[in-house]
Each structure stands twice: as structure tokens, then as C-alpha cells.
Design a binder for this molecule. Structure first.
Ligand code: EPU
Length: 347
């Protein structure tokens, strides 16, 4: 990854800059320029810039973003930092975090404080403010399981509004901020309720339990986090070494008839049963079976340990990555009749 240009003296926060490279601000490490760029470190600063101009792109950690071209107009980078204990209740704490807090560092902070709940979500790239937008999830836990509301700035009225869990309309990698309210709000703070003791450990997904058993450690937020970090690091590329944005596509959901037809074609099909006779199919399996795992085309390609992760080995172009993604999408549809939808935002 190139050196961050955000920290250079020329790029003071809370000031407008022109012609700024976004390369260090997206985890794919793709080159694209922002016509204008503003890094807001407080809600007041965010309001100040929104009074002047509405952004064409709001950027958090840039971990779920595929930049295929330069961005015309204004890019607002939300970099509000805060780690606050709002309330201690019986056995629980209510915490508030600034949208710009790097997610993994924040999870590590909660674990160091002795709080439980976010450990299965260790090592997910991105920032706190982006986490609710797609209800991040891993190893049997989703953000919504420990979520206690968020504050977001209405881009039109410039008023801060509070959203509780219900109003966020969380679904699988989805929320109202990705749906009907897309582009209307900017998340500034997120609240979590975490456990202080009597943690509710989730060990059943993947290899967590067997890693703990092998190491002889009893389940705790720290030991589970260590296991998740070990699993993720063995399968997923580190964005500081190889540009990527985690899972590129969502795992598709099929109706019973679609599922049965596919299972007839491929009896070895992997699947998870969902409520209401629906079935989730691992996109990684489909892409892998279609022969794309480890595929490389110049600087871009498909990761050799996880077929759902597209990678930029360095110097690749966003438009080429997008062309590859579309080719994979078409090939999977031709071979299995299943349409893959991207999880990342394509600009
Ligand atoms: N598989 C393959 N080939 C591969 C990789 C996986 O056949 O190259 C098969 C595996 O054998 C397994 C299945 O596909 O049966 C699922 O794989 P895995 O458990 O690695 O999880 P995933 O469904 O690919 C999801 C999330 C990840 C999250 C993991 C762990 C989505 C789109 N992805 O991946 O989230 O870390 O589960 O909980 O839901 C992300 O969103 O960026 C992300 C990394």
C-alpha cells in the first residue's frame, strides 16, 4: 500500500483539498482521484461542509468499495473518533463509538476492557460507521446482535437523528442505509451493548471450537478473538499486503424449487438452510467450482485461498477488476443458473 496521503501536512483535516488520490483510502489500493476531498473529524465539521456542498461519495474505511473511475465533485471522508462508556447496567455496558474508529482496533479495545460480544467480528476491515450499513457478520455473529442504536446526520436537514435496531431494518448484509435510505444519511456514532460477565459465546461456526480445544484455552472474548484472527489470517489476504475488499459477492439465497433443481445438477452442493424454505449457497463454492479460484489476470485476480475474494496484487485498474467480476458473475450464472450480486459498492 502506498503511504497515506491523508496525514501529509498538505492534507489538513476539516479543510477542502482538490485533486486528491484515493489510493490509500480504499483497501483494494486502486488509483482514483477525488476532484475535491474533505476529511471531517467532528459532527460540526461534517455539517460545515454539507452546508457548502453535498458529497458525491461518502467514504469510511474504503473496505467495501470498488473505484472504477475518478470521482467528480466532493468526497467526504468521515473520520470521527470516539470511544465512550455511556452506561453500566447489570452485567452489561452501553458503549458509543465514533464512525471513524477502525473496526478491528475498536473490537480489540472492547476486548481489552473485558467486554464480550464483538470477538467473532475480529479482523474485519473497515470502520465502525460502515459496519451497520451492511450489518457486517462473521462466524455466526452479526453486528445487529450487539447493536443498540446509531446517530446519523440527515444530509438534507443537517439534523442528527437516532435510529434504533428496528428502524435500521437489518438483514443479511443489509440495512435501510443500503436500501430505501441510501445516500440520505451519514452515520456519525454507533452504540453497542456488550456483556461484562456471563458472555454468550458463539463457537459453533467453522473451526473456532476445535482451535480452542487444541490450544487448551477456555472460551473467553480474548481466546475466541485470537481463534477468529487465526482463521481469517489463514484464509483471507491482509489488505495492507494484497489489495482486496473481503467477500466481493453476497452468498445467494434460493427458493426451494431453485435449490432442488441445482442440487439435482450438483448433489455435492454446499448450502445452509434458512427459515421459510429458503437456502443460502456459498458464493465461494460456486466460484471455486466454476474454476476461478487463484485465477490471475495481470495485476488482478481471484484469491487462491478464498474464491470469494477478488484481489489487486498491485497496480491493477478498478475497471479491469469490475470486468473480471462481471465475467465471473456471468460464468456462474451460465454454469449453475445462479445470479451473484456484489457485496461491495461499485463507483
Ligand atoms: N468454499 C469453497 N471454496 C473457497 C472458499 C470456500 O468451496 O475458495 C466453501 C467452503 O468449503 C464452505 C463455504 O464455501 O463450505 C463457505 O466458505 P466460508 O466458511 O469461508 O465462508 P463464506 O460464506 O465464503 C462468509 C462471509 C465472510 C465471513 C465468513 C465467515 C459473506 C458474503 N461472506 O464467507 O465475510 O468472514 O462467512 O463467517 O457472507 C465479508 O463479508 O467480507 C466476509 C469476509
Amino acid at each position: 500500500m502506498p503511504e497515506s496521503n491523508v496525514n501529509s501536512p498538505a492534507l489538513q483535516p476539516d479543510m477542502l483539498h482538490s485533486d486528491v488520490s484515493l489510493r490509500s483510502l480504499n483497501t483494494f489500493g486502486l488509483e482514483a482521484k477525488a476532484e475535491r476531498y474533505y476529511r471531517a473529524t467532528s459532527v460540526d465539521s461534517l455539517k460545515r461542509i454539507l452546508k457548502v456542498e453535498q458529497p458525491s461519495l461518502v467514504l469510511g474505511g474504503g473496505s467495501n468499495l470498488l473505484l472504477t473511475k475518478d470521482v467528480e465533485g466532493l468526497v467526504v471522508h468521515v473520520d470521527i473518533r470516539e470511544r465512550r462508556l455511556l452506561q453500566e447496567r447489570e452485567g452489561c455496558v452501553l458503549l458509543q463509538a465514533g464512525a471513524g474508529e477502525p473496526w478491528h482496533e475498536y473490537v480489540m479495545h472492547t476486548i481489552a476492557e473485558g467486554y464480550g460480544g464483538l470477538e467473532n467480528l475480529s479482523l474485519i476491515p473497515g470502520v465502525v460507521g460502515a459496519a451497520p450499513i451492511q450489518n457486517i457478520g462473521a462466524y455466526g455473529v452479526e453486528l445487529k446482535d450487539h447493536f443498540s442504536g446509531l446517530k446519523a446526520l440527515n444530509r438534507e436537514t443537517l439534523e442528527e437523528e437516532f435510529f434504533d435496531e428496528n428502524s435500521c431494518k437489518f438483514g443479511y448484509r443489509a440495512s435501510c442505509f443500503k436500501g430505501e435510505l441510501k445516500g440520505k444519511y451519514i452515520i456519525t456514532h454507533v452504540r453497542f451493548t456488550l456483556t461484562v460477565d456471563h458472555h454468550d459465546h458463539r463457537l459453533n461456526y467453522g473451526d473456532i471450537r476445535s482451535i480452542l480445544e487444541k490450544s487448551g484455552k477456555s472460551p473467553s472474548p480474548k481466546s475466541i478473538s485470537d481463534a477468529v484472527v487465526a482463521i481469517r489470517s489463514s484464509k483471507l489476504p491482509d489488505p495492507s499486503e494484497i489489495g482486496n475488499s473481503g467477500s466481493f459477492f453476497k452468498n445467494p439465497e434460493l427458493s426451494e424449487s431453485e435449490f432442488l433443481a441445482l442440487q439435482k445438477l450438483r448433489p455435492d452442493l454446499r448450502f445452509y438452510e434458512l427459515p421459510e424454505n429458503r437456502y443460502k449457497i456459498p458464493a465461494a463454492w460456486l466460484i471455486d467450482q466454476a474454476g476461478w479460484k487463484g485465477h490471475r489476470r495481470g495485476a488482478i485476480g481471484v484469491h487462491d485461498k478464498q474464491a470469494l475474494v477478488l484481489v489487486n496484487h498491485g497496480g491493477g485498474k478498478g475497471e479491469d477488476l469490475w470486468a473480471l467480476a462481471k465475467e465471473i458473475q456471468q460464468d456462474v450464472e451460465d454454469k449453475f443458473g445462479v445470479k451473484l450480486n456484489p457485496e461491495v459498492n461499485v463507483i
